[in-house]
Each structure stands twice: as structure tokens, then as C-alpha cells.
Design a protein around this ligand. Structure first.
Ligand SMILES: [Zn+2]
Length: 273
């Protein structure tokens, strides 16, 4: 699986990514957010739809207001993780725009004004419920085979799947859901540069996760283990500071395998099913 990299992007300046769509990268770079959260500005007849306000940042808010001339018709959010929605209250206050998001947000501090259900269309973009990274995650499919894939499919890294709000079974299903659709021109992720030939990329993600799952089963074949013990085997080459997140991913895989009857747990000890 080869992921994409990009140089340090310009800050506070919209970068065109597709017809009528530009991207502003928020000033929250980090080990989980790459260069920062992507805020997308989608131009329409009635003004701009802003997808993902991003973190709470006066500088970022000002950049969005400047780039749109303050003509924000609506605010959409892909899921209620802090790096995507902490800036929502200030953006809503500054623009008066209505907020659209999944009807049952994971974090109820970010209750949308208009709760979306599967297939709802907002300004020409169709909401696709894609749980896995987050239970309330939605992608938006639009004209020309373009999809806002947010943190479900990212260009720079795999997605974190951390139970209980992350669910590996749902993540696999949501990847296959995108593959079953015709949109294959470009995915616009929540972090990192656009993905061209996105279906091939998603197939790569499925292979990558299936290999991880096989490695977990192989690890259990040598005897019962806790997730922490499995991390020491499976992630021996990885920076120990990342082991805590790796353990969440191992637990997510184990729960999927348990639901499929391929693994079982007694307390924190897992064995093959
Ligand atoms: Zn994110």
C-alpha cells in the first residue's frame, strides 16, 4: 500500500482541487492530522457550502471568511471528531449558516440543524453513511465522480479505527460500499492531497487490512494473547509511542474476527475461534 505525501501546503489560501471546489488546510498539523484538517469550499448558486469547519482557530475561520467573501450558505460536517468540528460553533456564529451532519452525531455537542440520512442530497451532494472510523461518518458524492471521503479514505495514511465508536466490520463494509458506486474520478480526503484513481486506492486499503487481519490470526495461532502482547509482535518495528493506537486497531480487528466466529475472548485474553 503506497500512501501519498505532499509538501507543506500554503496556509490560509484556498487551493483549487476540482471545478468549483477549493481546499484550505487548517493550522493543526500533527502525527494524527498530517498537514492539518482540510476544509473544503464548494461554490454554488447561493454561495459556498463549507465542508468541515476544522479545529477551533480564529486564523482559519478568517481564512474561510476571506476566501468565501462571507458568502457561506451552509456548513457540512463529515463526522464529529474534534479536528473537524471544534471550529463549528464560531463559524456558525460568524456566518449564520445552517449546519448539516449525520442525524445522530457521535458527539452531541455538535447536533446539526438539519440531520442527514442515507441518500439525502445537499446542494447537489449525496450523503453516504460510512461508519468505521466514526459511527456518524458520512462521505458526500457529487457530480463528475468526485467524492468527499473525509477520514474514511485518506491519502496520507490508513484511518484510525478505535472501538467502540470505531468499528472494523463497518469500516470494511463502508470501503466496499464506495467500491460498489460508480464515482471513480477523485476522492477529497479530510487530511492530505486529493486521491486520483480512488477505486484502485480503496482496493489497496482492503488488501492492506486483510493482510493485517491474517497477521493477527497467525499471531493467535501460536497461543492465546492479550492485544498488548500482540502489538509487541505485530508492531515490533514501529515507534513504541504509536503502540497505544496500534492496540486500538488490533482490538478493532479482533472484534471483527469475533463477530465472524474466527476469534474469541475470555476477559482480555484472545484465542482463535
Ligand atoms: Zn480528521
Amino acid at each position: 500500500m503506497s500512501f501519498l505525501t505532499e509538501p507543506e501546503p500554503p496556509r490560509g489560501v484556498p487551493m483549487p482541487v476540482a471545478p468549483g471546489i477549493s481546499r484550505i488546510v487548517a493550522p493543526n498539523p500533527g502525527p494524527m492530522t498530517y498537514r492539518g484538517t482540510n476544509t473544503y469550499l464548494i461554490e454554488g448558486d447561493d454561495g459556498f457550502s463549507v465542508l468541515d469547519p476544522g479545529p477551533e482557530s480564529a486564523v482559519h475561520l478568517q481564512a474561510v471568511l476571506a476566501a468565501t467573501g462571507g458568502r457561506v450558505a451552509r456548513i457540512l460536517f463529515s463526522h464529529s471528531h474534534a479536528d473537524h468540528v471544534d471550529g463549528l460553533p464560531a463559524m456558525k456564529a460568524a456566518t449564520g449558516a445552517k449546519v448539516y451532519g449525520w442525524h445522530t452525531p457521535q458527539d452531541d455537542r455538535f447536533e446539526p440543524d438539519i440531520g442527514l440520512s442515507e441518500g439525502d442530497v445537499v446542494a447537489g451532494w449525496t450523503a453516504l453513511h460510512t461508519p468505521g472510523h466514526a459511527a456518524d461518518h458520512i462521505c458526500f458524492a457529487g457530480p463528475g465522480g468526485v467524492v468527499f471521503s473525509a477520514d474514511h479514505v485518506m491519502s496520507w495514511s490508513t484511518s484510525v479505527v478505535s472501538p467502540p465508536n470505531g468499528n472494523m466490520t463497518h469500516y470494511f463494509e463502508s470501503l466496499r460500499k464506495l467500491l460498489a458506486r460508480p464515482d471513480d474520478t477523485m476522492y477529497l480526503p479530510g487530511h492530505g492531497p486529493p486521491i486520483t484513481r480512488p477505486h484502485a486506492f480503496v482496493r489497496g486499503l482492503l488488501v492492506h487490512r486483510t493482510q493485517r487481519e491474517d497477521a493477527i490470526l497467525a499471531c493467535l495461532a501460536t497461543g492465546p494473547k492479550t492485544p498488548g502482547e500482540m502489538v509487541l509482535v505485530l508492531y515490533a518495528q514501529v515507534d513504541p509511542r504509536l503502540h497505544r493506537m496500534a492496540e486500538r486497531s488490533v482490538v478493532a480487528h479482533l472484534e471483527k474476527l469475533r463477530d465472524e466466529g474466527r476469534a474469541r475472548a475470555e476477559g482480555d485474553i484472545w484465542r482463535r475461534g
